[in-house]
Design a protein around this ligand. Structure first.
Ligand SMILES: Cc1cc2nc3c(=O)[nH]c(=O)nc-3n(C[C@H](O)[C@H](O)[C@H](O)COP(=O)(O)OP(=O)(O)OC[C@H]3O[C@@H](n4cnc5c(N)ncnc54)[C@H](O)[C@@H]3O)c2cc1C
Length: 385
């Protein structure tokens, strides 16, 4: 991938923004279990960060994915996982399908304010009974006059307690499970949308996560994204960006952890010498740094092909799989070399250890990524290549 001075400038601006507007507040937001998404996104929207690769007509910068990817990589400078995850939700999880398949009217109503930061978006795919098995969701949207009437519920909805609208996946028909679903924009203030509870999590504390009930929620049929019955396919396309985001956003945060661990183990001595001087320690850190570089190469290759218009499902799934697994290995090794201090909440590595655990579960668990890769390799029983 060839980077231009513009790529560098986007990356550096994001880093500066993080140092000035995000990191000074992270500890407070982690304690509060939420961050002020409207306030932060408005500032990010003004800087153009929320629409780098979104169409100019709706307030985006209209640049290709590589420019967005370097911004995503810079999110690794944030001192927690929750805030970057909510930013990624806004740019790469809840809005790509709307940007690509939504009508002009719908994009003006929901995409433009999401790019400017006036609206906070959330994604309603997972349900209490269906996370990995997306086709198994039970929420329905039935036509009644000019409206859809939605019934069901969504689980683990990131930014769910403060979002303005949800990109909702619902069953709009009775047919085969991959052809009976649609994506619909649902304003969260609509009667019948109820935030059942804010979920208490192991990590990602600064990001609010909600369980949501949908009880006779009435929205106009014009809030349908693209064509009825195409929702499953649109969501699979949307997942490509979510999965690449997961890989790109992990790179710098893992490198920073390795750097911090080098610094700590250089200072701390056991048996008369720095912990770092033990070959088992410096070799291990060098090996982990090598793994991060390999992940970066894979992520850049996938991004490069995406920019060229190719289907990158296979590579994005590999990058997502590897980033989730590598984050678990890096945080575990770094925490180990911090010893007792690694187990203390005041040490950044302990937060990283908790936050990154989600990487192998959210947005498609490791096993789901392996299933997709097997499908592309032609070795998934009963499925053709
Ligand atoms: C903090 C957080 C934020 C989230 N944000 C959102 C959001 O904003 N919007 C949204 O829609 N969802 C969100 N999710 C949901 C997330 O995407 C799901 O948790 C994830 O897809 C896994 O689904 P599940 O939890 O139902 O696990 P299950 O489907 O119950 O699977 C449990 C485990 O079983 C294993 N497994 C599953 N299927 C297979 C298989 N075929 N073969 C082998 N092993 C298998 C995997 O290890 C998996 O982790 C979020 C989750 C969390 C925890």
């Amino acid at each position: 991938m060839d980077f231009t001075p513009e790529h560098k400038s986007i990356h550096d601006n994001m880093k500066k923004f993080i140092e000035a507007e995000i990191n000074p507040h992270v500890d407070e937001w982690e304690k509060a279990g939420i961050f002020p998404a409207h306030e932060l996104f408005k500032k990010m929207g003004k800087m153009g960060f929320l629409g780098i690769n979104k169409p100019v007509e709706y307030g985006g910068l209209g640049l290709d994915y590589s420019y967005h990817m370097v911004m995503t990589e810079a999110l690794g400078y944030i001192n927690c996982g929750g805030v970057p995850m909510a930013i990624g939700l806004q740019t790469d999880m809840a809005t790509p399908a709307l940007a690509r398949f939504g009508s002009d009217e719908l994009r003006k109503e929901f995409l433009s304010p999401s790019i400017s930061g006036d609206y906070v978006a959330c994604l309603g795919v997972s349900e209490v009974g269906a996370g990995s098995d997306v086709a198994g969701i039970k929420t329905t949207a039935k036509k009644d006059g000019d409206d859809y009437v939605i019934n069901g519920g969504k689980m683990w909805t990131t930014s769910g307690t403060q979002a303005d609208w949800m990109c909702l996946l619902a069953n709009t028909g009775e047919g085969p499970v991959h052809q009976n679903k649609s994506l619909i924009c649902v304003p969260m203030k609509t009667k019948g949308v109820q935030i059942a509870r804010k979920l208490d999590k192991m990590g990602m504390h600064s990001s609010d996560t909600a369980q949501i009930y949908l009880d006779d929620v009435r929205v106009p049929q014009r809030y349908l994204i693209g064509q009825e019955g195409h929702g499953f396919m649109y969501q699979m396309v949307q997942f490509q960006e979510e999965r690449l985001w997961a890989a790109a956003s992990s790179l710098i945060s893992l490198e920073r952890l390795i750097e911090q661990t080098i610094e700590y183990t250089r200072q701390r001595k056991t048996f008369g010498q720095p912990i770092l001087d033990n070959q088992v320690v410096h070799f291990r850190l060098a090996e982990l740094q090598t793994e991060v570089e390999l992940l970066r190469a894979l992520t850049y290759r996938a991004a490069d092909l995406l920019v060229k218009g190719e289907d990158v499902t296979r590579l994005a799934s590999m990058a997502k799989l590897k980033s989730g697994r590598l984050a678990r290995v890096v945080t575990d090794a770094c925490l180990q070399y911090y010893g007792g201090m690694g187990f203390m909440n005041e040490t950044p590595v302990s937060r990283a250890y908790r936050d990154t655990r989600l990487g192998s579960i959210g947005g498609g668990a490791d096993e789901i990524m392996l299933g997709i890769i097997c499908k592309y390799m032609g070795i998934l029983p009963g499925k053709k290549k």
